[in-house]
Design a binder for this molecule. Structure first.
Ligand SMILES: [Zn+2]
Length: 486
């Protein structure tokens, strides 16, 4: 279904967006993304119809790639503009939420430096000095350490550098709200039903805060749509798509290997693990809706892609850093009814991992149930732990249920299954420049034989290390002993 809203009555738009973000006719739902951009990069979205992110070195890289590679053509994209636009200081250029665009390509590498004709600001695709395309959002090249060129912006007191953003994705305008809804209103206006929970996590200001791409819950995307429509003085336009006229290159690692080639670390003579945990997010994000991928196959028949409603890498359920590694929610004719909550480890899965994934359940259930439409009364939770090896004597909790009521008036009964363990094995290994790579990972469900114990996580416990340690000493060890002696 290709969306066109140019002839639609405004009052009908939220319902059309809601249907579009729902599984339909045996097809998974379209997703809604929130990209964080700023005043100098929004014009590239608005006028040149592409969105761009840095390809950062190390830690942040696979976190970014994990989120970006969840985007499929047809998905919706909303933008959070974190500061006012350049050269204007009027109400239409202020900070806030903008949209709505449709993803129209796979992510690609853009190495061209592109000048926005309306502002004269140049987005870099490679370092003017050493020509690499990896970058952070900072003013210096991470490789040659040379500073990027700067320009003076009306909206900033100090000169601002040209950003190097080489991970790019083409988008098509669906409906352009020329006036942003301010973030003050978006997160504070409770006269509109629901509350934006996921989206607010990237709106703190300051270096390194938040991520640059998030997966909005459908109810959040719909609320943002309603608020954009009701924004006083809103101007709506339906611009024609502008094609990306530059070269679209394959995204590669610095040494020319494919981005999908994952660096490995040997831990002993026989075992190698992925160099970074977020490589699992990236690998799984790419294939989460592919019924032939070994990961999806190992999740079993309960993981029905035709009912897939919502997928998130690094799902933020907490106030600050509380995140679950990966979640997938499913919807049938009654509404959202099933969720897979996943915890990833590069190496060992042990009791602590089983506790960790169990502690997420309540928080994930709250976040996906409290404002869902239609209202949720029952949900089934499938905890999944993914790692390289299972520690001897690891146990897992038996299935249990809990009921929770929320401020929104929703009361939910959750049935939690016993956690499943899926291991990964690097495949198609090769070496380049002394680095060992795996061209793919193979997954295998190894849950059978892991004993189950009678244990229910304490209510109100979050998942920081000290809380997990407290749980293991307070209730887990006792429950585990009881199972052994019975
Ligand atoms: Zn450089």
């Amino acid at each position: 279904m290709k969306l066109n809203l140019s002839k639609t009555l405004e009052k009908d738009i939220p319902k059309i967006i809601a249907d579009y973000l729902s599984p339909d006719n045996g097809e998974r739902a379209h997703a809604a993304f929130q990209f964080t951009i700023n005043g100098v990069t929004y014009p590239f979205v608005r006028n040149l119809n592409f969105a761009a992110l840095p390809d950062p070195p190390r830690q942040r890289r696979y976190s970014m790639l994990g989120a970006l590679f969840l985007a499929r053509p047809g998905d919706l994209m909303f933008f959070y503009q974190s500061d006012p636009q350049w050269r204007k200081d009027d109400i239409d250029s202020r900070r806030g939420l903008r949209g709505i665009y449709v993803v129209s390509s796979a992510p690609f590498r853009g190495t061209d430096n592109i000048k926005d004709p309306t502002t004269g600001y140049t987005m870099l695709g490679n370092c003017p000095n050493c020509h690499i395309s990896r970058s952070t959002l900072s003013a210096k090249c991470p490789k040659c350490r040379k500073e990027y060129p700067t320009v003076n912006l009306q909206s900033r007191s100090d000169p601002y550098h040209n950003l190097l953003l080489s991970l790019r994705i083409e988008i098509e305008p669906l409906i352009v709200f020329e006036r942003a809804i301010s973030d003050e209103r978006a997160y504070a206006d409770m006269s509109d039903t629901g509350m934006i929970w996921i989206g607010r996590h990237d709106n703190q200001m300051g270096a390194g805060k938040g991520s640059s791409v998030r997966q909005l819950l459908p109810e959040e995307a719909i609320k943002i749509t309603r608020m954009m429509l009701s924004e006083p003085g809103q101007k709506i336009s339906f611009p024609q798509k502008v094609d990306y006229k530059f070269e679209k290159k394959e995204i590669l690692n610095e040494d020319g290997t494919k981005v999908t080639d994952l660096e490995l670390r040997p831990v002993n003579q026989t075992i190698k693990i992925v160099a970074q945990e977020h490589m699992l997010n990236f690998d799984i994000a790419r294939s989460i809706d592919n019924p032939n991928s070994s990961f999806v196959k190992e999740l079993g028949n309960e993981f029905g892609i035709n009912e897939m409603e919502y997928v998130s890498s690094e799902f933020p359920w907490g106030y600050t850093a509380g995140e679950s590694d990966f979640i997938v929610a499913f919807k049938n004719e009654t509404g959202r009814y099933k969720v897979f909550v996943m915890e990833f480890k590069r190496d060992w899965i042990d009791d602590a991992t089983m506790i960790q994934v169990s502690l997420y359940n309540r928080w994930v259930v709250q976040t996906i149930c409290q404002f869902a439409t239609p209202k949720i009364e029952n949900i089934t939770v499938y905890p999944i732990v993914v790692g390289r090896r299972l520690k001897k004597d690891t146990v897992r909790p038996r299935p249990y249920s809990f009921t929770a009521s929320y401020n929104s008036g929703v009361s939910v009964k959750a049935d939690v299954k016993s956690p499943q363990f899926i291991d990964y094995t690097p495949e198609d290994e090769f070496t380049k420049g002394g680095i060992i790579y795996a061209a793919s990972l193979k997954y295998k469900n190894k849950s059978i034989g892991i004993p189950q114990i009678d244990w229910i996580p304490e209510q109100g416990i979050i998942t920081s290390q000290v809380e997990r340690d407290w749980v293991i000493n307070t209730s887990w060890v006792i429950a585990k002993k009881k199972t052994k002696s019975s």
